[in-house]
Design a protein around this ligand. Structure first.
Ligand code: MN
Length: 221
């Protein structure tokens, strides 16, 4: 069994000052890698050993789900961030305006949901089954794919995502991410895939590596 972590799409200190290099070191090397190591042990010798990560997230329960989803969610989270962010454009911007009125309103709702979520979990921008963008949060490892929605962007709000940098001030961590780091090109690619009925990112077999980010960006360049 060989659950491979995809490499980070940027250097560990690239998101400073909003997310420190120390937080990235611990978050990626200890937490994300820890979930992958645990998943590998749980699947050893099981029929699911060669399933896709996507399949495990959609269909399993208990420890296998928790660890598979945390591997998926963290990979998706790294891709949701980008040094310098980037502004939404084209179809992405049009979808934001249809669902929220403008980007500022989306940012406000995302920050409120991420900050207000009780306990560990994730805040998401999703495309719901009626093709409307919505902000939702999920508990622990839970992933919106299981409710039929398509993840567009996510923010990790587990304490390990911000405590080293912000102690208990989750609001300030969330503000830094929402206003400075969200990668709207990645969001646009997820929206395009969802609209075209293509599989969601990250494309990863648990037996192999996720595709490097450069091969998943389509024609956006
Ligand atoms: Mn995390």
């Amino acid at each position: 069994m060989n659950v491979v972590l995809p490499p980070l799409p940027y250097a560990k200190d690239a998101l400073e000052p909003y997310v420190s290099g120390l937080t990235m070191e611990v978050h990626y090397e200890k937490h994300h890698r820890g979930y992958a190591d645990k998943l590998r042990k749980l699947l050893a010798g099981k029929p699911e050993e060669n399933a896709s990560l996507d399949h495990l997230v959609r269909t399993t329960e208990g420890d296998v789900f928790d660890n598979a989803a945390q591997v998926w969610n963290h990979t998706f989270f790294w891709y949701s961030l980008r040094p310098g962010g980037r502004a939404p454009q084209g179809a992405m911007l049009a979808a934001i305006e249809r669902s929220f009125g403008d980007l500022a309103e989306l940012q406000k709702q995302l920050a409120e949901v991420a900050t207000g979520h009780f306990g560990s979990g994730w805040a998401w921008l999703v495309l719901d089954p009626r093709d409307r963008l919505r902000v939702v949060s999920t508990r622990d490892a839970e992933n919106p794919l299981r409710g039929g929605a398509r993840p567009i962007l996510t923010i990790d709000v587990w304490e390990h995502a911000y405590y080293l940098d912000y102690l208990n001030d989750r609001a300030r961590y969330v503000r830094g991410v929402v206003e400075n780091l969200l990668d709207w090109e990645f969001a646009a690619e997820n929206l395009r895939r969802a609209t075209c009925g293509e599989d969601p990112l990250p494309e990863a077999d648990v037996a192999g590596a996720a595709r490097p980010r450069g091969e998943t960006r389509g024609e956006e360049g």
